[in-house]
Design a binder for this molecule. Structure first.
Ligand code: SF4
Length: 296
């Protein structure tokens, strides 16, 4: 994982320039049209994201896709075997929505930078495409060519806590992001026949608006077998066991933060009761049966 300055400086320059009253009207007419097109796509992305937030977008058939490779296999298995996703609290849902909208902002700003800067091209043809590896399809955030090299750009918007950690060490495996990025590199390679070995992580801090980036080399040695195992587990007739993160309890309380935000935790753990910390964070407790044994 190495520090990078491929996008950050250009992003700050663009946002500063855009605040000038005449920034848009000073662009050449062809550029004005291209920026207007990016703006239209931006509005489309936000519309879809808000539609999802309001539950207006048609619910898609749950299946294993590029965006959930590396997630908990048991979660995807439950969803693909009929578990009804739980409803999140409005505050939690709104936090997810803010993150989605911020990620749309980052993608749109990079698209505008690419219009103004000869060293960066956003591969719009691949951005719209269903890319595929081993029968699993997905859409990646930002396939780009920077200074003649292919980069998979992946946007991640984090709270201050996650941002401080991820912008130094890269995103942790728990949420599946490195698995997904490696999957997209392989799918891009399969789609184009070109090398896609570099991942450019673009992090936004949703509390402060800070922006950071890191470059990581694709790591097939670590992630290919894990992806194949996940494909097998989700395709199996038997429900996969809980992975290590989902196996530890503190008394009757579920410890894993991933499980606490999981949309099928009740299908996984059975009946749960909820308490709240002094900061309003929910904590989930599994049920004791009549013998004082914890039910799992
Ligand atoms: S609750 Fe945890 S272990 Fe169970 S499916 Fe969800 S993420 Fe996996």
């Amino acid at each position: 994982m190495t520090d990078s300055t491929l996008i950050k400086g250009k992003m700050e320059e663009l946002v500063t320039d855009m605040q000038e009253d005449d920034w848009y009207s000073n662009l050449a007419p062809a550029l004005q049209l291209s920026v207007a097109e990016v703006h239209r796509k931006h509005i489309d992305s936000i519309r879809i994201s808000v539609g999802n937030f309001l539950g207006m977008e048609k619910r898609r058939e749950p299946k294993l896709s590029g965006s959930n490779i590396g997630s908990c296999p048991r979660e995807i298995w439950l969803k693909t075997h009929g578990a009804i996703p739980e409803k999140f609290r409005p505050r939690t849902k709104f936090t997810f929505q803010l993150g989605d909208s911020f990620e749309c902002d980052i993608v749109s700003l990079v698209r505008i930078i690419a219009l103004l800067d000869d060293t960066i091209t956003v591969r719009e043809d691949l951005l719209q495409a269903d890319i595929e590896w081993n029968g699993i399809k997905g859409h990646c955030d930002l396939p780009m060519v920077i200074n003649g090299e292919n980069y998979l750009g992946e946007c991640k918007v984090r709270t201050s806590y996650g941002y401080r950690r991820d912008s130094v060490n890269g995103p942790e495996d728990l949420w599946g992001y490195p698995h997904q990025a490696n999957f997209y590199c392989r799918a891009l390679e399969q789609e184009t026949g070109e090398e896609w070995d570099k991942i450019l992580w673009l992090f936004g801090n949703k509390d402060t608006g800070h922006f950071a980036e890191l470059v990581e080399e694709r790591n097939d040695g670590k992630y290919v077998d894990l992806a194949l195992d996940m494909i097998d587990a989700v395709g199996s007739d038997a429900m996969p066991p809980r992975p290590p993160h989902g196996q530890s309890l503190d008394g009757d309380k579920i410890k894993s933060i991933k499980c606490c935000y999981c949309g099928v935790k009740r299908a996984c753990w059975g009946e749960l009761t909820v308490t709240f910390t002094s900061k309003g964070k929910p904590e989930y407790h599994i049920k004791e049966d009549g013998d004082g044994e914890l039910e799992r």
